[in-house]
Structure formats: C-alpha cells, structure tokens
Design a protein around this ligand. Structure first.
Ligand SMILES: N[C@@H](CCC(=O)N[C@@H](CS)C(=O)NCC(=O)O)C(=O)O
Length: 483
C-alpha cells in the first residue's frame, strides 16, 4: 500500500499503470512554497515568474506539476514556464542560489527553516486544489489481499483519529522529530486533515486530471482516451463520492475582535469541519482615560477592506476562492453552513428555512444578552425575562426532537450559534454570582454537555479561542475564561 501525492497517482493511473486508489489519506491541500535564490533581486513575487525556469526534482513530480498549475492559474499560457531537472531538495536550493534556475517549489513547512535562515527567499505560494495525499495499491495485489487490506486501512483510519485527538502532545512530537519550530508544527497540525477514509471525491480526480493535462504531463500520446473515473478506484474497498468539499486552495478567513462575541460560532464551525481556515483577531484595548481603543480595526484595517463590501462589519468571512467578503453573523453562518456541509439533513427550501429560523432565534437571544453584558440593558430583565423566554422555546424544540442536537445527531449551523450563547450565559452566571441558568432546562443542560464532548471540538476547547474573553474590555461584564 502506498501513500503518495494525489497528482502523481492520478498521472500514473491515467497513463495505464495497474495501480488503483484505495482512499483519501490527507483531505486538506498542500501548500507549496515558491522560493528564489537569496540574492536574486529580479524575482520578488509570483508576478515576476512568467517565462522563468523552474528547478524540479524530476519530471512528473509535484515540484514540476504544481509549476504547471501555477502557470495555468495565472493565465500565462502553456509554454510560459521552463523546467530543469536538478534533483532533490538541496540541489534545488543550490540551483536557485547559483541562479542556474530561477525558482523551485517545495512543501511550505519543510522549506520554512531555509526561509528563516535566509538560505533561500520565499516569493509566493500555491495550494493544491485537491486533497493532497491518497492511498493506492496494485489492483492485482489488492484483489488477492482484500481482507487484509481492509483491516490495515481501518487501522490507519483509527491512527489518524488518534493523531487528531492527541492535540496537546502532537505538535511537540512533530516539532522535535521534524526539526520544526514549535509554532510552525502547531500551524501545520492545525491545518492538516488526515482522514484515511476509503472515500475519494470524484472532483479531486477530475481536477488533478485537468491540471495534468494543462501542464503537459498528460498528453494525447500518453493519455489518448479519457478513462472513466470509476476505473481509478479499487471498488471492492473504496468508493467515489460526489462531495464538492474539496480543500480550499487558500484558507477561509474569519475575522472579528479578539474575543468570543459573535465570532465564536464561526470559529467553531471551521474547527469542527477541520477545514483550511484562519482567524484574524483585532484586539480592542482600554486607554488610560477609560475609553476604548479600537483603532486596529476602525483606523488601520476597515478602510482597506471597505471597498470590497460597503456594509462591512465585524465579524466578516473572506471566501478563499473569490476573495469576496461576507459580513453579518447570520449571513456568515449561512455561508459556512453551505461551504462546510453543516446545513443539516434537509437541504430543501423548507429545510433550509427551518435551519435558518433556529439561527435567527439564537441571534435574538444573543441580541438580548449583549445588551446586559455591555450595560445597555438591565441584567435582571435579561436573566428573568428574555433569556428564559428564548430558553423555553429551545427546551421545547429539543424535547420534541429525537436527535442529540437541534436538527441531527451531529451539530449543524444553529447549534454553534445557540450553544455559544448558552455557554456565554453560563459565564454570565459566574459574573452575576448566581446558579447555572440551566437548572430548569434539563434538555438544554444535556445538549450543552453533549456538544462540549464532541471529539471534533476537543482542540477548540483546549485552544486559545475558547479562552478569549466573551466581550470587549469596555463591556460591563467582559466575562473572562475561568478554567
Ligand atoms: N448585526 C451585526 C452586528 C455586528 C456588530 O455590531 N459588530 C460590532 C461588534 S459585535 C462591531 O464592532 N463592528 C465593527 C464595525 O462596525 O465596523 C452582526 O450580527 O454581525
């Protein structure tokens, strides 16, 4: 059984090898850093690479193919880049430093130590638009050993789960074993999604085939007739899916104040889906005179983004594919729900409307709570009026459903918004030195506990975002984390 770059396997199978895919190993994309010689003044960014010579380890390698993908993404045309085979990683670095070639591409984190030491210069990056590693085997061997393969693949799947579950120890282990800075190992660990599943998105094979053709690795002479996608897969053990959830080529950006506030549901949705995402957090600070300083957003960041979205507010989400900016919490939740497949089981018009009615109900609860938290409303009327009013509705909803969460046994979009408010209210109870608000609501209490036990959110709950204050520092109750 082999684990290899998706594009390499797809190329091999397309050309007629007897390999077949057994599953997706890493569902996230791979970031290829583009590096030039440290002293090469002519190359500063990707814009300078049209016509450049790319050093590659061998023809058909990732370093070769991704240069072709870059050229086609940039619209440079087929022969706009040249290639020279120079060998492995050190040879690639030496080649750009002697300016025998202009640039080379190599995986981001393994190249980073050489960027940090300034041996080579980073001039850009490109992400594979498909899950980056697949599992494969020779089909005759897979056929002969199908039962054993099945057990091996199940064990690999289990190991992948352990890898993601051990979020406290894994980054340190990786940093020590692969000689990466701890912060880099943490970043890699956060972004990688090892799934080891026997399911392969058909779209991944299609996209890799397109790239292989447009970069000239597959030609009419070595790939004359399109091969049906089913033939790429060893169907006794693996299947094709029509999921559109390919890794985002760039991370989804979720931006907000450096607090939980309205952004926590968005951050949790991304963490839960384990997608390629990043959080941009603007810190509001208190001035000595007791006023609040929000310059980092209003003065420095907002004016630059405003032309893209005249109704811009915090939070906002940036679509990685188009660069579109989406603002308003409810719209951001809807966007992420669709992008991350968290809309719930019923995606008909009625199903989606029912899903959104719960999101909006949670938003009403949020709007009532925030008045009390920031001292614009009476805490008592929140605790004794609007909060119980909303809680009774959700309690009745949960009582009336047989599912663990609002719409299914796994969390969907409204759960992230509602759960967050339940949890923030529990912090408010601590501030107000009162009992848990959940005592009269057994169904919400169980729901709150079940959500917190989700293995997919273990990293989130032990990580920094959950430990942020709930509110900005000028709030009457900032509601800090208490372990
Ligand atoms: N209805 C909006 C409210 C957004 C909002 O009030 N954002 C506040 C923080 S909670 C803010 O500081 N916005 C920054 C701005 O106005 O640019 C939503 O749900 O997203």
């Amino acid at each position: 059984i082999v684990v290899a770059l998706t594009e390499g396997l797809v190329a091999d199978i397309a050309k007629g090898s007897n390999l077949q895919l057994l599953g997706t190993y890493v569902a996230s994309s791979l970031c290829w850093a583009i590096s030039a010689g440290a002293k090469n003044e002519k190359i500063k960014s990707v814009d300078d690479l049209k016509g450049a010579t790319f050093a590659v380890s061998r023809y058909g390698s990732g370093s070769h193919l991704m240069a072709g993908v870059l050229a086609s993404q940039q619209g440079w045309g087929k022969d706009a880049v040249k290639f020279k085979v120079v060998g492995a990683f050190k040879a690639l670095r030496d080649s750009v430093n002697s300016q025998d070639t202009d640039v080379f591409m190599w995986e981001h984190f393994t190249t980073k130590p050489f960027h940090d030491s300034k041996e080579v210069k980073r001039v850009g990056e490109i992400y594979t638009p498909w899950p980056c590693f697949m599992l494969a085997a020779r089909s005759d061997v897979a056929k002969a050993k199908a039962a054993a393969f099945k057990s091996v693949l199940a064990a690999v799947g289990e190991a992948a789960e352990i890898f993601h579950r051990e979020s406290k120890t894994m980054p340190k282990f990786i940093s020590e074993n692969y000689k990466l800075k701890l912060e880099d190992a943490e970043k890699w660990y956060q972004g990688v999604n090892i799934v080891a599943t026997p399911v392969i998105p058909a779209e991944a094979i299609k996209k890799a085939l397109e790239a292989l053709q447009s970069s000239g690795v597959l030609t009419p002479s070595n790939y004359a007739k399109p091969k049906p996608l089913e033939e790429f897969v060893f169907k006794e053990l693996a299947s094709l899916s029509d999921s559109k959830l390919l890794p985002s080529p760039k991370p989804i950006v979720v931006a907000y104040w450096k607090i939980r506030g309205l952004s926590a549901p968005l951050r949790m949705m991304c963490s839960y889906a384990n997608c390629n995402w990043t959080s941009v957090d603007y810190p509001a600070k208190m001035n000595e005179d007791g006023t609040v300083n929000k310059e980092c957003w209003f003065v420095h960041a907002k004016p630059k983004i405003l032309p893209k979205c005249p109704v811009l507010n915090l939070p906002y989400v940036v679509d990685p594919a188009s660069g579109e900016v989406i603002t308003q919490t409810v719209a951001c939740i809807l966007y992420l729900a669709q992008k991350l497949n968290l809309q719930g089981p019923d995606t008909s018009t009625v199903g989606l409307a029912k899903m959104m009615q719960l999101v909006c109900e949670a938003q009403d609860l949020r709007n009532a709570g925030v008045k009390a938290f920031y001292g614009r409303g009476d805490p008592d009327s929140y605790m004794k009026g609007s909060m119980p009013n909303h809680y009774s509705k959700f309690e009745a909803w949960l009582k009336g459903t047989s599912s663990t969460f609002l719409l299914a046994d796994t969390p969907t979009a409204p759960d992230f918004h509602f759960w967050e408010m339940v949890d923030q209210n529990e912090r408010f109870a601590v501030e107000m030195k009162t009992d848990s608000f959940l005592k009269p609501y057994p169904n919400i209490a169980k729901y709150h506990k079940d959500f917190m036990a989700l293995p997919e959110l273990k990293g989130y709950f032990s990580g920094p975002f959950y430990q942020y204050d709930c509110n900005n520092p000028h709030a009457k109750y900032p509601m800090p984390y208490k372990a």
